[in-house]
Write a protein that binds this ligand. Structure first.
Ligand SMILES: *Cc1c(COP(=O)(O)O)cnc(C)c1O
Length: 408
């Protein structure tokens, strides 16, 4: 609770005057689709004195993080890369190494971040075709199959979970279609890796790309990618190197290999503090286990959706089976709009607005990934219930429905 002004001013050296303490007291539970809440041990890493990128402890941490990323992506022999940047840079990194001007690229479009992939590919000189799903729908596999049969594509991109709609694409089935024509498959798993099931080798994915701040639950600032051996071969078969030196996998290879071997090397300064935080987060992920972690995400996401249904709220995804486990997109009820977000904030929880430009004002998004626990789902469902009531929309009890769903 904020303290009355007069009281605060009377105290000369109390905690209440410390802006950091005050900010903590007013801090909202962060339930947006990234960045997400950090585990205490991950948070603590960020406060350590600055380390050198050549320090033995850091070399060990970077090596572990690279091996951990490969394992998390479900690969034995992919090249794991962690470079300073965001998820968007990871998208550019993946395709910069694979497409050359004039190459055909197919974008399986499920929303905002698929649109972004089309834009990136166009900038990189590719000729882009798209198979579009309506917002909330998953792409029609037959249409994708038809598109792949019509033309020879160098690569196909799929957004595993499109953060604008909360829809999860059927990655394994889509990748299998592309493999028939030896099309390279690039999966944007920024809002999926660490929260959804994905196995790069078994599904024959050529690049899995992600970022640190979503289901992996590390701070923002790292672009992550795992390149299959086929992807590396495609990089090496290019006529010209990628125009961006920074994004050339070939430049990073010796550095990545050195750190994995326990040696240091230099191309561009690693984001030392963030890599160490990522290492700490991956350690927690492997302590929990990948399969139990995916199951936890499914359980919590399902409970959250039950809570929303109890409030008579509709989800943006058309079908329960294609609802992501990492976030939910929920339509506002009649008569209520984006002011709901502020009202939820007053109940102590931060959620996010809509992202699809044409529908922005018709839905909101709740992230439930990373370290999310049952009590966080109860908290956000309760906050939504109370916020709706404060705006005159009274329906059932979200909290009771979440409780029921979480009770075995
Ligand atoms: C967040 C996100 C991105 C972009 O990541 P940034 O770190 O914001 O650049 C790309 N794709 C998907 C699916 C995302 O959820």
């Amino acid at each position: 609770m904020p303290r009355p002004r007069s009281l605060e001013q009377d105290e000369s050296a109390s905690d209440a005057e410390d802006p950091a303490v005050e900010a903590m007291a007013q801090r909202k539970l962060l339930m947006i689709p990234g960045p997400v809440e950090l585990a205490e041990g991950v948070q603590a890493v960020l406060g350590r004195p600055q380390e050198s990128h050549l320090a033995p402890e850091f070399i060990a941490a970077f090596g572990r993080a690279l091996r951990g990323l490969r394992t998390l992506a479900g690969s034995r022999d992919a090249i794991a890369a962690i470079i300073p940047g965001t998820g968007t840079l990871a998208m550019e990194f993946a395709t910069a190494n694979l497409v050359e001007a004039g190459d055909n690229a197919l974008v399986v479009n499920t929303g905002y971040f698929s649109d972004r992939f089309a834009q990136i590919l166009e900038r990189q000189g590719a000729r882009v075709s798209q198979v579009r799903a309506e917002p909330g729908a998953i792409p029609d596999l037959e249409e994708v199959e038809k598109a792949l049969a019509e033309r020879r594509y160098k690569l196909m991109t799929v957004t595993h979970v499109d953060t604008s709609t909360g829809v999860r694409a059927p990655v394994a089935a889509l990748a299998a279609l592309a493999k028939r024509s030896e099309t390279l498959v690039v999966v944007d798993a920024v809002c999926a890796l660490g929260g959804e099931a994905l196995t790069q080798d078994a599904w024959k994915i050529d690049v899995v790309l992600s970022a640190s701040q979503k289901a992996i639950a590390a701070p923002p600032g790292l672009a992550l990618a795992t390149f299959s051996q086929r992807a590396l071969a495609a990089r090496r078969e290019r006529q010209f190197p990628p125009p961006s030196l920074y994004l050339d996998l070939e430049q990073w290879l010796p550095i990545l290999a050195a750190y994995e071997k326990g040696e240091s090397s230099y191309f561009a300064t690693p984001a030392v503090n963030l890599v160490s935080a990522l290492d700490a987060s991956l350690e927690r992920i492997f302590e929990e286990g990948i399969a139990p972690r995916v199951a936890r995400h499914q359980r919590l996401a399902h409970a959250f959706r039950e809570g929303m249904r109890a409030l008579q709220l509709e989800l943006l995804p058309e079908r329960e089976a294609s609802c992501a486990s990492t976030l939910s997109a929920v339509n506002y009820p009649k008569g209520i709009g984006p002011n709901l977000i502020e009202a939820i904030g007053q109940q102590g929880v931060q959620v996010a607005g809509g992202l699809l430009p044409a529908r922005k004002a018709s839905y909101f998004r709740v992230g439930h990934m990373g370290c999310a626990r049952a009590q966080d789902i109860l908290a956000v469902a309760g906050a939504i219930e109370r916020a709706l009531a404060s705006l005159g929309h009274r329906a059932g009890s979200a909290v009771a429905a979440v409780e029921a769903a979480l009770t075995p």
